[in-house]
Design a protein around this ligand. Structure first.
Ligand code: PEP
Ligand code: MG
Length: 761
C-alpha cells in the first residue's frame, strides 16, 4: 500500500480492512485466524515481516509470538521483536522506530524500520502487531494510523476466535481448567446448568451449533431442502406468462445453480458429517462462500455475496419447515441469546430456568431486572467476548455476582459452586425470619419495603419475599405481548387481579411507559434517539384516547378495594404532570357519571429526568407522592445508556452527582410534606439503601430478590449511623471512595455476606 510513498492504497483502506476482518470471522480455528491476519497485513502494508503476539493470560506483561509471515526459512523472529512487543504492551501505544538500536538491549544497527501497535479489546490488551521493513525512513504517520486502525478492528474477531478455541479445547479435554469469560453483572446469584441458545430463526449468522447423532437423516433433510429450494427457483425461472423479464429468468436460473452447487452442498455435508446439525453446517458454508465473493476486487462479484446469503436464508427456511425445531429445555436451563427478551424467559416453564446469559444489555436492562425479580443470576454483554452460538448444550456455571461464565467446569469447580450455593441457601434461611417483620432501623425509623412487578413475572416472588405492597407495577408488558392495544376490559381484568392479590396492601400502577427500549410492534416509532424521544407520558398525552382507556381500567379495577395509587412516568416539566392529572380527573368524573363509586387513588409523579430533580418541589406540590426511578435518572444524569454493556461501568448509583440529586428530591418532598419513594434498581443496592435511609426516604420499592437483604441492612443500621455515613459520603468526590466507605461500614456491621456474596476464585 502505503510504504515508501505518501500515496494512499488503490482500493479504499476501509474496504481492504473489512476484508481482513471478514476473513477472520470465517477462520476455522485460532491459528488460521492469526495466520490469515499476518499474511493479509504483510500484503496490504507491503512489508517484509509481520508478527502477531498475544498476551500470555497468566502473565500479562509477557507477549507470546503466535503467528508470523515473511521470516523465510529461518523461522525465528528477529531478536528485537520480543522486546519491541513487550515495550508496546507496556506502553499500550504504538511504537514506531527507525532501527533497533533505540530499543534497550539491542545494539545491532540495521537499516530496518519497525512499527508495533497494541491490540486492545474492551480496554484490555489482547496482543501486539508488529511489522518490519528494510528502509531508511520510519513508517509514516499514515501507516501508523492505518495499522492502529486495523488492530482496533481485528481485536473483536481475535477475542471471539480465542474464545472459540478455548471452548473447543475444553470440550476435547485439551484444556485442563474451565475457561471463564467476564461480562457485565446482570442479576446476582450462582447457578450451574446446561446452555440453551435462543436465536432469531431467520438470522443465519445467529444459528447455533447443535450436535446430531443421526447424521444420515440430517443429510437427507438437507438434500431435500436443496432440491425443494432449487426446484422452486427453476420453476419461477421457467414460468410462462408472468411478469419476469429474460434477465430475471437468467438470475433465477443462476440462483438455482448456486443452491445446488457442488461447493455449497459439499461443504455443508462435510459440516454435517462432522456432527453439526444441518442449519449450523449451512451457516458455515454460506458464510465461507459469501466471504469468498466479498473479498473480490470486482464490484460485480462482490455483490454476489448478497445472493449467496439470500439463498442461504431460503435453504434455512426450508430446513426449518421440513424439520420444525422443538425447543426442548434441559432440566437446569441456562438461557443464552444475543438479545433475549423477557418473553424468551417466560417460554421456559416451571422451575427449569436457572440462569440467563445475554449478549447485550446491562443490569438496568429489563431482562436483568426480570431475572433479579425471579431470583436467578444473569450475566449480560458477552457478545463481544464470546461466540454465544457455540455454547449450546455446554455445561456452564453462571456467577452473577461477578458477571462471570465458566464453561465445562470440572468436578472441583462444581464442588466449589455447590458449597457457595449452600452458603447462599443458609443466608436465605437466616433472613427468612425477617420475612414477616416490618423494616425498621434499631432507632425506630420505619421504611416500608415494596416490590416492583409487571415484567411478566407473576406476583408470587413478591408475596414470598414478604413485600408490603407493589411500589411499581410496570404496565408495558401486557401491551407488548399482544398484537394490538389491549381493550379496557382486558386491562381491567389484569389490574383487578393485581390489586386483589395484594389487597389490602397498596399497589402503585404506573401508566404506560412505552418508547425507549420498550417498543410496541404494532405501534412503530422510528427515532434516532428513542431514549430522548417519544416515550412514557409524552405518548400518553399525545394519545389521550389510549391514556383515558388505561386510567379508566385502573380506576374501575380499584372499585371496592381502594388500594390503588397511580404513577406517571417520564415527567420532565410541570405542564406534562398538570395535563396528565386533568385527564385522570376526567376519567374519574366519567366513571362517577356512569354510576361507579371509586375512592380517589393516590397520585404520584416519577422523578427520572434531571429537569424533574430541579423542579421536584413544584411537582411535589401537585401530587400525593414522588417516586424516583433511578434507572432512568442515572442514565440521563450521567449520560450512560442503561442498556449498553460497553458503558456499564460508568453507570454508578454512588456517583456524587446522583447522591446530590437524590438528596435534593427527598428534601424537596420533605419541605412540602410529600412522601418520596425510590423504585429504581439502586434501591436494591445495600450501600445506596443506607444513604437513602440517612436521607430519610419514605419507602423503597425493589426487585423481590433484593428485599430480604435490604431489610437486613435496615435492621442493622440506626438512622443516626446512616446519617453519619451520608455526611461522610457527601464529602467524597468519587463513587469508588463512597463505595469503599459504605462497604467497610457493612462489613463492620457484620453484613459481609451482602458485599462479598459469591467467590469462586
Ligand atoms: C426507572 O427508570 O428507574 C424505573 C423504575 O422505570 P423503568 O426501569 O421501567 O424505566
Ligand atoms: Mg424509567
Amino acid at each position: 500500500m502505503i510504504r515508501e510513498s505518501a500515496s494512499r492504497p488503490s482500493a479504499p483502506l476501509t474496504t481492504r480492512l473489512d476484508d481482513i476482518v471478514q476473513s477472520l470471522g470465517a477462520a476455522s480455528n485460532l491459528d488460521h485466524a492469526l495466520q490469515g491476519i499476518v499474511k493479509s497485513v504483510r500484503d496490504l502494508f507491503r512489508v517484509d515481516i509481520c508478527l502477531l503476539y498475544l498476551s500470555d493470560p497468566a502473565r500479562l506483561d509477557v507477549q507470546q509470538l503466535m503467528a508470523w509471515e515473511g521470516l523465510g526459512d529461518h523461522a525465528a523472529p528477529p531478536a528485537f521483536a520480543d522486546t519491541l512487543a513487550n515495550l508496546v504492551a507496556e506502553r499500550s501505544e504504538p511504537v514506531n522506530l527507525r532501527d533497533s538500536k533505540t530499543l534497550p538491549a539491542h545494539q545491532d544497527a540495521t537499516s530496518h524500520v519497525y512499527l508495533g501497535v497494541p491490540i486492545m479489546h474492551l480496554g484490555a490488551l489482547l496482543g501486539v502487531l508488529i511489522v518490519q521493513q528494510t528502509a531508511q525512513s520510519q513508517f509514516s504517520e499514515y501507516e501508523q494510523a492505518s495499522l492502529a486502525t486495523l488492530a482496533a478492528q481485528i481485536a473483536g474477531g481475535i477475542q471471539l476466535a480465542k474464545a472459540r478455541s478455548s471452548i473447543n479445547a475444553r470440550v476435547s479435554g485439551d484444556m485442563p481448567a474451565a475457561p471463564f469469560f467476564e461480562g457485565v453483572i446482570g442479576a446476582p446469584g450462582i447457578a450451574a446448568g446446561t446452555a440453551h441458545v435462543i436465536y432469531a430463526r431467520s438470522e443465519l449468522a445467529q444459528i447455533p451449533n447443535r450436535d446430531v447423532t443421526d447424521i444420515d437423516s440430517e443429510i437427507a433433510v438437507f438434500q431435500a431442502a436443496v432440491s425443494r429450494v432449487a426446484g422452486e427457483l427453476d420453476r419461477i425461472a421457467e414460468e410462462q406468462g408472468g411478469m419476469l423479464t429474460a434477465e430475471d429468468r437468467t438470475l433465477f436460473r443462476a440462483y438455482a445453480m448456486i443452491a445446488r452447487s457442488d461447493e455449497l452442498v459439499t461443504s455443508t455435508l462435510a459440516g454435517i458429517r462432522n456432527g453439526n446439525w444441518a442449519p449450523g453446517a449451512l451457516r458455515d458454508s454460506i458464510q465461507e462462500h459469501a466471504r469468498y465473493f466479498e473479498a473480490m476486487e470486482d464490484p460485480y462479484f462482490r455483490e454476489r455475496a448478497d445472493d449467496i446469503r439470500d439463498i442461504g436464508r431460503a435453504l434455512l427456511n426450508e430446513l426449518q419447515t421440513l424439520q420444525p425445531i422443538d425447543e426442548h429445555y434441559p432440566a437446569r436451563t441456562i438461557l443464552v441469546g444475543e438479545d433475549l427478551s423477557p418473553l424468551d424467559l417466560a417460554a421456559v416453564k416451571g422451575t427449569r430456568l436457572v440462569a440467563v446469559i445475554s449478549g447485550h444489555g446491562s443490569r438496568l436492562s429489563h431482562l436483568a431486572i426480570l431475572a433479579r425479580s425471579m431470583g436467578i443470576p444473569a450475566v449480560m454483554g458477552l457478545a463481544d467476548t464470546l461466540p454465544l452460538t457455540n455454547l449450546h448444550g455446554k455445561s456452564l456455571i453462571v456467577d452473577g455476582y461477578k458477571g462471570r461464565l465458566y464453561i465445562e467446569p470440572d468436578v472441583s469447580l462444581k464442588r466449589q459452586y455447590r458449597s457457595l450455593a449452600a452458603r447462599e441457601r443458609r443466608l436465605s434461611k437466616r433472613l427468612r425470619h425477617l420475612r414477616d417483620q416490618t423494616a425498621q432501623t434499631p432507632d425506630g425509623f420505619r421504611i416500608p419495603l415494596y416490590t416492583n412487578a409487571g415484567l411478566l413475572s407473576d406476583l408470587n416472588p413478591s408475596l414470598a419475599a414478604g413485600s408490603e405492597g407493589i411500589g411499581l407495577y410496570r404496565t408495558e408488558y401486557p401491551f407488548m405481548v399482544r398484537d394490538s392495544f389491549p381493550t379496557e376490559e382486558e386491562q381491567y381484568t389484569l389490574y383487578r387481579k393485581v390489586l386483589q392479590t395484594f389487597h389490602p396492601r397498596p399497589v402503585t400502577l404506573r401508566t404506560l411507559d412505552i418508547g425507549g427500549d420498550k417498543p410496541l410492534a404494532y405501534f412503530p416509532v422510528q427515532e434516532t434517539n428513542p431514549f430522548l424521544g417519544w416515550r412514557g407520558i409524552r405518548i400518553s398525552l399525545d394519545h389521550p384516547e389510549m391514556f383515558l382507556t388505561q386510567i379508566r381500567a385502573m380506576l374501575r379495577a380499584s372499585s371496592g378495594l381502594n388500594n390503588l395509587s397511580l404513577l406517571l412516568p417520564m415527567i420532565s416539566r410541570v405542564e406534562d404532570l398538570d395535563e396528565g392529572l386533568i385527564l385522570i380527573r376526567r376519567a374519574y368524573q366519567q366513571l362517577e357519571q356512569e354510576g361507579l363509586s371509586i375512592t380517589r387513588p393516590l397520585l404520584g409523579a416519577m422523578i427520572e429526568v434531571p429537569s424533574a430533580v430541579y423542579q421536584a418541589e413544584a411537582l411535589a406540590r401537585r401530587v400525593d407522592f414522588l417516586s424516583v426511578g433511578t434507572n432512568d435518572l442515572i442514565q440521563y444524569l450521567l449520560a450512560v445508556d442503561r442498556n449498553n454493556e460497553r458503558v456499564a461501568r460508568w453507570f454508578d448509583a454512588l456517583h456524587p452527582a446522583v447522591i446530590q440529586a437524590l438528596l435534593r428530591i427527598i428534601r424537596a418532598g420533605r419541605r412540602n410534606g410529600t412522601p418520596v419513594s425510590v423504585c429504581g434498581e439502586a434501591a436494591g443496592d445495600p450501600a445506596v439503601a443506607l444513604l437513602l435511609v440517612g436521607m430519610g426516604v419514605s419507602s423503597l420499592s425493589l426487585s423481590a430478590g433484593d428485599l430480604p437483604r435490604i431489610k437486613w441492612a435496615i435492621h442493622s443500621f440506626s438512622r443516626q449511623r446512616a446519617r453519619t455515613l451520608l455526611r461522610q459520603s457527601l464529602k467524597l468526590e468519587q463513587a469508588s471512595a463512597i463505595r469503599s466507605l459504605l462497604t467497610q461500614a457493612l462489613v463492620d456491621a457484620g453484613l459481609d455476606a451482602l458485599v462479598h456474596p459469591g467467590n469462586l476464585d
